[in-house]
Design a protein around this ligand. Structure first.
Ligand SMILES: *[C@@H]1O[C@H](CO)[C@@H](O)[C@H](O)[C@H]1NC(C)=O
Ligand SMILES: *[C@@H]1O[C@H](CO)[C@@H](O)[C@H](O)[C@H]1NC(C)=O
Ligand SMILES: *[C@@H]1O[C@H](CO)[C@@H](O)[C@H](O)[C@H]1NC(C)=O
Ligand SMILES: *[C@@H]1O[C@H](CO)[C@@H](O)[C@H](O)[C@H]1NC(C)=O
Length: 562
C-alpha cells in the first residue's frame, strides 16, 4: 500500500492501526525452502586447480533469502558434506528464538547425511544481511548467501522504489582447501594473506550487472570474507547509502565505501552516465599484495562501447585508517523515517536510557603450548560438546560456569597471559543499557559481531577509553547495527539493551581469530514466571537435535516457558 493522493488520510490511519499491533498474527505467511548443501570442485579465482566449494542447491554463493518483515521462513537443510553443518544468520535478531541461531553454542550440528529444518520469523526487521555456515572454518569454502527483508506493504520505504535490486557479496578468498586452512590453524600456525577477492563468487571481470540507463538500482553489499576490509566503488557512479544492517541512514553520497568483514550496506545508484561499461572494484584495505575484486556494470544497449570500461578513482592509500574512521562517523541513523514499524527510528530516544553496566573488552593473543590462540578480555573461548543454550534449558551441570558479565577480566594487552575457558557472561533481561567498549591493543583492524541484537555505535576514537571518553559519544543519531569495526590502537563503544532472552555469541568476525577462541557468550535471562514473563523464549523446537550431555534428555523436553 502506498500512501499518496486522496487515499492519504485513510492510508495513514491504517498505518497507525496496523503499526500498533505488536503480536504475531496467525496470518504471518510461511515460505518453504529445501537446501541441499554439498561440495563442488571449482576454481573460483581461476588461478589454482579446483578446490572444494560449499554450494547450496548447486549454487555458489547460495540463493538469496528474500522475505518480508514478520514472515516465517522454513528451511529444510540437507547436509551432504562429510562433516557437521550449521547455518547462522548474520544480523538477524531471532527474537525470543536463539533456538534457531545456528552457532555451536546454541545448536547441535546437523550431522552428515541428515537434514534439519530451521523455522525463523523475521520479526520486526527490515534490511540487508547474509547467512553463512558457522562451523569448522566452512565460511572459507563458501556456503554463504544474501538475506533481504523487505518492508511490509503498509510501511513506507524512505526512498522511491528502485528499478532493480542486486545482492553483491564481496570477500577475500584462499585458493587453499578450507580443511587445509583449518589444519594449519589446528597445528598452531596462522594463515598468510588470502589470494584474491571474489564478487558473488566470481573472479575478476566475470560478474556483470546489467542496468538500464536513467534508472536507479539498489545494491546490497556484504563483506562475507574472512579477514580483509574492502573498499567498494563503481566508476563514475556515486553511491547513496540508505540502509546499514537494518537501520535506514541519512542518505549521503559516497564515491567509495570501506566495508569491513561481516558488515552490510545498502546503496542506491542512478545510471546517469553515457552508455558503456564501468568497473566495480572491491579493493583490499590495510593489507598488501592481495589483488582487487573486479566486476562490470554494463548499460543495456551499449553496443560495442564495452571494449573500454571506465576505471573508478583509486582506493584510499592502503594504510590510511583515518579515511575509514571519518567515513564511519558520517554514517548515521535517519531520525525521521521508520524502519520495520511506522514510528520514526529516532522516536526511540536512546540518550534517555541510563547505562547499567560497562564492560571493557580488549582483544589479545598468545602462543599457548606452541599454538596460536586469540582472546577477548583475557579469555580464549573453548566450546563444550553440549551447546550452552541446551545445557541451560535442561539444567545440565558442568557444561559452563555463569559469571556476571561485568566481572569479565579487565582489558589485556596482546601477549599477556590468557585463560582458556567456556566464558558465559550473565546479564539480567532489559536492564537499561550495557555499554561495551572494544579496546583494540593491536595494529590491525578488528570487527565484532553480536548475535541476537543490533546496538548503537556511539563512539570510536584513537587511544585508550576512559570514562571521559563518553563526552565524545553521539547520543543523537548513532547508527544501530550488528557488526562494528575497531581501529588499531583505538576504541569503539556500543550501547545495547539486552532485551532478547537467550544465549548470544559475541565474536570476532575475523574467521581465523574466531576459530582460535576470540569470542564469548552472553546469557540474557530472567525467571520465566516473573515480571519479565512477556519476554520468554519460544518453546524448544520439537525437532531439536540433542548431542553431548543433552543426549539422554529427550524425555525432559517440554513446551514450558524458558
Ligand atoms: C527431513 O526432511 C524430511 C523430508 O524429506 C522432513 O519430513 C523432515 O521433517 C526433515 N527432518 C527435520 C528434522 O527437519
Ligand atoms: C531521512 O528519510 C527521509 C524519508 O523518510 C528523507 O526524505 C530524508 O532526506 C532522510 N534524511 C536525510 C538526512 O537524509
Ligand atoms: C533503568 O534506569 C532507571 C533510572 O535510573 C531505573 O529507575 C530503572 O529501575 C532501571 N531499570 C532497570 C531494569 O534496571
Ligand atoms: C528428567 O525428567 C525426569 C522425569 O520428569 C526426572 O525424574 C529427572 O530428574 C529429569 N532429569 C534431569 C536430569 O533433569
Amino acid at each position: 500500500m502506498e500512501c499518496a493522493g486522496n487515499e492519504l488520510l485513510f492510508c495513514m490511519a491504517m498505518v497507525v492501526l496496523l503499526g500498533g499491533m505488536n503480536m504475531v498474527r496467525a496470518e504471518d505467511p510461511t515460505q518453504y525452502y529445501d537446501w541441499r548443501v554439498a561440495y563442488k570442485w571449482l576454481s573460483p579465482l581461476g588461478t589454482a586447480p579446483p578446490q572444494r566449494v560449499i554450494t547450496i542447491n548447486d549454487q555458489f554463493p547460495g540463493p538469496t533469502l528474500s522475505t518480508i518483515t514478520n514472515h516465517v521462513v522454513s528451511i529444510n537443510v540437507y547436509n551432504l558434506l562429510d562433516e557437521p553443518l550449521l547455518f547462522t544468520w548474520n544480523g538477524i535478531q531471532m527474537r525470543k528464538n536463539a533456538w534457531q541461531d545456528g552457532t555451536q553454542g546454541t545448536n547441535c550440528p546437523i550431522m552428515p547425511g541428515y537434514n534439519w529444518t530451521y523455522v525463523i520469523q523475521f520479526k520486526d526487521q527490515i534490511g540487508s544481511f547474509f547467512y553463512y555456515p558457522s562451523l569448522n572454518f566452512q565460511r572459507a569454502a563458501g556456503g554463504f548467501g544474501g538475506i533481504t527483508i523487505a518492508n511490509r506493504e503498509i510501511i513506507l520505504v524512505p526512498f522511491p522504489q528502485p528499478v532493480g535490486d542486486f545482492t553483491i557479496l564481496i570477500g577475500d578468498w584462499y585458493n587453499t582447501d578450507y580443511k587445509v586452512l583449518k589444519d594449519t590453524l589446528d597445528t598452531g600456525y596462522i594463515l598468510s594473506n588470502p589470494n584474491g577477492v571474489l564478487i558473488n563468487g566470481q573472479k575478476p571481470m566475470d560478474a556483470t550487472f546489467w542496468v538500464q540507463q536513467g534508472a536507479t538500482y539498489r545494491f546490497r553489499i556484504s563483506n562475507v570474507g574472512g579477514a580483509t576490509s574492502l573498499n567498494f566503488r563503481i566508476a563514475n557512479h556515486p553511491m547513496q547509502v540508505v540502509e546499514v544492517e537494518g537501520t535506514y541512514t541519512n542518505q549521503d553520497y559516497f564515491d567509495s565505501l570501506d566495508i569491513h568483514v561481516g558488515q552490510s550496506y545498502s546503496v542506491l545508484v542512478t545510471m546517469n552516465q553515457v552508455l558503456g561499461d564501468y568497473f566495480i572494484f572491491a579493493s583490499p584495505r590495510f593489507a598488501e599484495n592481495i589483488p582487487d575484486g573486479i566486476a562490470i556494470l554494463r548499460y543495456l544497449n551499449s553496443g560495442n562501447s564495452n571494449l573500454n570500461p571506465i576505471y573508478p578513482i583509486s582506493a584510499p592509500p592502503t594504510w590510511d585508517f583515518s579515511f575509514s574512521l571519518i567515513q564511519a562517523k558520517k554514517i548515521r541513523m535517519n531520525l525521521t523515517t521508520g524502519a520495520a514499524r511506522p514510528n520514526p527510528q529516532g522516536a526511540y530516544k536512546y540518550k534517555d536510557i541510563p547505562i547499567k553496566r560497562t564492560v571493557i573488552l580488549a582483544n589479545s593473543g598468545l602462543m599457548v603450548e606452541g599454538k596460536q590462540r586469540y582472546a577477548v578480555g583475557g579469555n580464549s573461548f573453548i566450546y563444550p560438546n553440549t551447546p550452552l543454550l541446551l545445557a541451560d534449558y535442561l539444567q545440565i551441570p558442568g557444561v559452563f560456569k555463569i559469571v556476571p558479565f561485568h566481572k569479565h577480566p579487565p582489558s589485556m594487552a596482546f601477549g599477556s597471559p590468557l585463560i582458556m575457558s567456556t566464558f558465559v557472561g550473565n546479564s539480567g533481561l532489559k536492564e537499561n543499557f550495557t555499554e561495551i567498549i572494544f579496546q583494540n591493543t593491536e595494529e590491525t583492524l578488528q570487527t565484532w559481531h553480536l548475535d541476537g541484537y543490533s546496538f548503537f555505535v556511539v563512539g570510536m576514537e584513537p587511544g585508550s577509553w576512559t570514562k571521559h571518553s563518553r563526552r565524545s559519544y553521539n547520543m543523537n543519531d548513532a547508527i544501530s547495527r550488528s557488526t562494528v569495526e575497531v581501529f588499531p590502537f583505538s576504541w569503539t563503544s556500543i550501547l545495547v539493551q539486552l532485551d532478547n532472552k537467550g544465549m548470544w555469541r559475541l565474536s570476532s568476525q575475523n574467521l581465523q581469530r574466531q576459530y582460535l577462541g576470540q569470542e564469548l557468550y552472553i546469557r540474557v535471562w530472567a525467571p520465566p514466571q516473573g515480571p519479565m514473563g512477556d519476554y520468554n523464549q519460544k518453546p524448544i523446537p520439537s525437532n531439536v537435535i540433542l548431542c553431548g550431555k543433552a543426549k539422554g534428555y529427550a524425555k525432559n523436553i517440554s513446551s514450558v516457558n524458558f
